[in-house]
Design a protein around this ligand. Structure first.
Ligand code: DER
Length: 224
């Protein structure tokens, strides 16, 4: 099966976990988009849920398929959150943020009782960091942050789109880091978060309850 099919199978499997009356976190990215399309079909057949989108792009797609949306503050606590990932390892640690939505994604995940990741088989890695780690930075501090992280050997690169700095839904800037040589990931995360101006990192540590991975023509379950 191709990667698109793997994404789709994992997405469809995740929707089976969504029950009537649930408040659902809606992730961002191409795999999450398959989940939203399937969820829209179920809503059209009578599934009664409310969704909290983790990005403006996800909110747009969810509206197009008829998923009723509420704000995070209206929901307060979500029953389930379904999102994609850029990488995951055997201890279910993730790198996310390839789509630039890491801040709201992490906020939604934090406020969810149960977190499900859906992915194709290329996302499973033995060691995090082949995918560059995105961090979200306040523009006022971005240049200084890049300077400091350069000195630390993290090879920071400001994310550009068509030659201009990529702007997140919160109007912040994304910097991508090379962390492959870094052994102590939790320590790296703590250190990054302490730097003023770094709003959040794409390291999602100990926040995932279930990973559904499309592999060939089946879906593998990885859980705590
Ligand atoms: O930004 C993210 O973390 C998204 O979930 C995304 O990068 C996942 O990638 P996908 O488009 O392959 O699902």
């Amino acid at each position: 099966m191709g990667l698109e099919q793997e994404k789709k199978m994992a997405a469809i499997k995740s929707v089976a976990l969504v029950k009537n009356g649930m408040l659902v976190g809606l992730g961002s990215g191409s795999t999450a988009a398959f989940m939203i399309l399937k969820l829209g079909e179920e809503v059209a057949k009578g599934l009664s849920i409310k969704g909290v989108p983790s990005s403006d792009a996800t909110a747009k797609l969810a509206r197009e398929v008829g998923i009723p949306l509420i704000s995070l503050e209206e929901a307060m606590k979500l029953d389930i959150n379904i999102d994609g990932a850029d990488e995951f390892d055997s201890s279910m640690q993730l790198i996310k943020g390839g789509g630039g939505a890491l801040l709201r994604e992490k906020i939604v995940a934090y406020n969810s009782k149960y977190n499900v990741i859906i992915a194709d088989s290329t996302k499973e890695v033995r060691r995090l960091g082949k995918f560059k780690l995105p961090i979200e930075t306040i523009p006022f501090a971005t240049k200084n942050i890049i300077g400091e992280l350069t000195e630390m050997g993290l090879k920071p690169k400001l994310r550009l789109v068509k030659g201009s700095p990529y702007k997140t839904d919160e109007e912040n800037l994304i910097v991508d880091l090379d962390i492959f040589e870094w052994d102590d990931i939790p320590n790296l995360n703590e250190m990054l978060i302490r730097i003023p101006g770094i709003v959040e990192t794409g390291l999602f540590l100990d926040s995932t309850d279930l990973i559904l991975v499309g592999k060939g023509d089946s879906v593998i379950k990885i859980e705590k």
